[in-house]
Design a protein around this ligand. Sequence first.
Ligand SMILES: [Zn+2]
Length: 240
Amino acid sequence: MTLGKTIRDSGIVLRTVKLGEADRIVTILTVQNGKIKGVAKGARKSGSKYSARLETGSVVDFQWISSTKELVRITQTDTLQANRYLREDLDLINSTARMLDAVDVLCEDHSPHPDLATMTIKALATMNEMKSTNVCGAFLFKLISLEGFAPDINSCPDCSRSDNLEFFSPDKAAFYCPDCASLNMIHTLSATRISLQAIFEGKLAAVLKSIPSAVALEIESMAVAMIEYHTGHGLRAVSV
Ligand SMILES: [Zn+2]
């Protein structure tokens, strides 16, 4: 990489932090260049060339100056997908925060994650379009699998039984039968494992059309428990 060169890529705004009077520090997961953290000078001035384009959860096309420093200089941004509903409803705000935080935690700085970035862009667009948080849990489980922690959902790890697997262990990443389950496991709704199986078989679109919100919420909280256990990092959520 030539230093001082202008690079252009698209990516998801994972977080933004105010800096001084008018600037903003922005973390963006790009499609080709991994995670970029940069300063957008004057981003908070009215009429700025970045204004309203660096919101968390939006997808942007942007340019920055390559550097060995941790913070690069962002020179230009354009919105590709504003995803504005994700910032207008409390449930959507919460689920979006968890998704972006999970992506942030699971991506190492500067190594490219094109599959993960593309999957995140799609999931946010779906959530914005459906105005529903149902996709969040499925996304988090796919993210976990992409990082190599796919849960065991087809048979009990202790006795190999494949029926009545109602208990989920976030730390062992598996469903257990009632005989092998321990007290600290999550007693799941019977539709939860079936929905997860369908999600892993690539039937996400069909699942999203029919999933009861209690099941979607359970899948989301199971995924959050797994990510928190395996990364040792609590996922952000806006408290009510
Ligand atoms: Zn068992």
